[in-house]
Design a protein around this ligand. Structure first.
Ligand code: HAS
Length: 539
């Protein structure tokens, strides 16, 4: 029924998996580098060029393309209507792709080894900034199309509760559009004119603040589609129902409200921003973690319903009965387990005094691999195991290898992130070429071993994933009969309070909180801005 949309989804997934394949290959190079083994000279690139390729391709391109494709798929099916303008959605896709090519050109020619956070005063080639801006513009076009599609649905379904899947999509893109205002301002008023030579200097603190205005909600842009799958699909795959539909909606809304005014928790160590504002963002950071605690409760209860329906008894008997032999389910359940540790790490990061110990150490990449590298990427792998067969009509190429991939990712990531967290508390810096560092400490050796071995296992898992997806998409036997898993709620959606459907109210609350959390900080930074720093190129 949605053949034309599905074609667009396939293209998004194709770009996403190419980005994951290429960017992912540079990940284990980082892990081995921690062990003192540097393969960068063999490839003829620098440590920072490799790290930029890795970060931009997996954190920005893989996630964004997968999310856009997946959420187009979810929107049309949950609202049971075509996109209001498929042409606009294709334009969005091409704008994003041109952006990726432009940014990729700058990185591959070693003119943008500025990492995925592109902090000035490191200066990249203008095509890097323009390219990333185009990616954002493309997502704006897509989100506008999705919003209009929703409005049409709403017009024809007055008084009806928005399907939970579509509810999650709306929150994801509203959050994204609000968040990207920060990076758009940084790009348009600072980085692009500066990289073109129109500005002599740049105010690095203002740029970082605008970046993190965007950078923290970015992580929830990655997470929300995961929650769409965990709430609305995974309970069905577990053989059960969603424990509470209204609680899921509340979690989505709280994520919308609290996600943006928290970015200063990335800048605790930055001078020039008052402690009071950092304290406020700390409180709001703990607030934004709350909906994830609600999610933990809700999805575990949903899985329990499934496990018991499959015959599980006793306190934990239901856990054993869950379909651990199904790659799509196992991927997402293991992603949850890793995320539980990532979440605990997040609380440590968010605690002002503890953050000063772990900030800029290997701990932080340890945290981000449990979150975006596990909760998100492993869940997306699990989704791909049913979505790619559904989109191509071909059977999953190799179920056994898919299962192996999932468990390898889990064990590889557990070792890798344990090593990184451990090295971090021992003071090992992040984003540093450890193979050439003259100050390597002896006590880093064992944690680094965990990191290196874990990273190598992850490489194996990545290869299995990419090969399996590619074989499924292009060569596997035809005739797959796959349906989108759709979990019914145990309690009806009609139990949700009417205010959950009042988008103007949530937008207003979100806007007020953003103005309180960021207004005075940005006003002061703009008021006191200076001519700034000249550009640096240190690679
Ligand atoms: Fe974070 C740094 C705080 C969540 C990603 N974070 C980062 C960076 C990234 C990132 C990429 O406060 C590095 C940025 C850089 O390059 O500099 N983070 C938090 C907090 C949370 C959090 C409080 N982060 C995420 C998510 C991410 C992500 C989600 C990506 C998707 N993070 C920070 C802070 C920093 C930071 C500071 C700055 C550090 C520094 O100094 O530089 C919370 O939202 C986490 C809440 C999560 C939970 C877990 C809920 C668990 C669930 C699953 C339960 C189910 C189970 C099932 C266990 C409370 C929902 C088991 C049962 C079965 C039967 C299967």
């Amino acid at each position: 029924m949605f053949a034309r949309e599905d074609r667009l989804v396939r293209w998004h997934l194709l770009i996403a998996f190419i980005a994951l394949a290429v960017g992912g290959l540079f990940g284990p190079l980082q892990a081995l580098n921690r062990m003192g083994i540097s393969l960068y000279p063999v490839l003829g690139i620098s440590y920072y060029q490799g790290l930029t390729l890795h970060g931009v391709l997996v954190a920005l391109v893989w996630t964004t393309f997968f999310i856009c494709g997946f959420l187009i798929f979810v929107t049309v099916r949950s609202l049971n209507r075509s996109l209001v303008s498929l042409g606009a959605a294709w334009i969005a896709f091409w704008v994003m792709l041109v952006g990726v090519v432009a940014a990729g050109y700058a990185i591959l020619t070693n003119q943008a080894s500025v990492l995925y956070t592109f902090y000035p005063p490191l200066r990249a080639h203008a095509s890097f900034y323009i390219g990333l801006t185009l990616v954002v513009v493309g997502t704006w076009i897509l989100s506008a199309g999705l919003f209009v599609t929703y409005r049409r649905w709403r017009g024809q379904n007055p008084g009806k509760a928005t399907p939970l899947m579509a509810f999650g999509v709306l929150v994801t893109f509203i959050l994204w559009d609000l968040a990207t205002l920060g990076v758009a301002a940084e790009m348009l008023f600072q980085l692009i004119p500066w990289s073109l030579g129109w500005l002599g200097g740049i105010d690095a603190l203002l740029a970082r603040t605008l970046f993190w205005y965007f950078g923290h909600p970015l992580v929830y842009f990655w997470l929300l589609p995961v929650y769409v799958s965990w709430y609305t699909m995974l309970p069905k795959q577990a053989g059960g129902r969603l424990f509470s539909d209204p609680m899921a909606r509340l979690a989505f809304l709280l994520l919308l409200v609290f996600s943006v005014p928290v970015g200063l928790h990335h800048q605790f160590a930055d001078p020039g921003i008052g402690h009071g504002w950092k304290a406020l963002h700390t409180i709001l950071t703990f607030s934004v973690a709350f909906p994830s605690l609600l999610t933990a409760f809700n999805v575990i209860a949903s899985l329990e319903i499934g496990g018991r329906a499959r015959g599980g008894a006793g306190l934990f008997g239901w856990v054993v009965r869950l379909p651990w032999g199904e790659p799509s389910f196992a991927a997402q359940a293991l992603a949850m387990l890793l995320f539980a540790f990532g979440g605990v790490g997040g609380f440590i990061n968010a605690s002002y005094n503890l953050n000063l110990i772990v900030h800029n150490t290997a701990w932080v990449p340890g945290h981000l691999h449990l979150t975006v590298g596990s909760a998100v990427t492993l869940t997306f792998a699990g989704v791909a195991y049913w979505l790619v067969p559904l989109l191509t009509g071909r059977q999953l190429w190799h179920r056994g290898l898919a299962l192996a991939q999932v468990y390898l990712w889990f064990f590889g990531m557990a070792l890798f992130s344990f090593g990184m967290h451990w090295a971090g508390v021992l003071g090992q810096p992040r984003r540093t070429d450890m193979a050439t560092a003259v100050y390597r400490l002896a006590e880093w050796s064992v944690p680094d071993l965990f990191t290196g071995v874990g990273g190598t296992i992850l490489l194996l898992s990545l290869i299995l994933l990419v090969v399996n997806v590619a074989m499924t998409a292009f060569f596997a036997a035809r005739g797959a009969v796959v349906e989108m898993p759709k979990a019914e709620p145990a309690g009806g959606a009609e139990a949700a309070p009417w205010i959950f459907e009042r988008w103007s109210v949530w937008l207003a609350v979100t806007a007020v909180l953003i103005v309180i959390g960021y207004g005075p900080v940005l006003f002061e930074l703009v008021r006191t801005t200076t001519a700034g720093s000249p550009p640096f190129r240190v690679w």
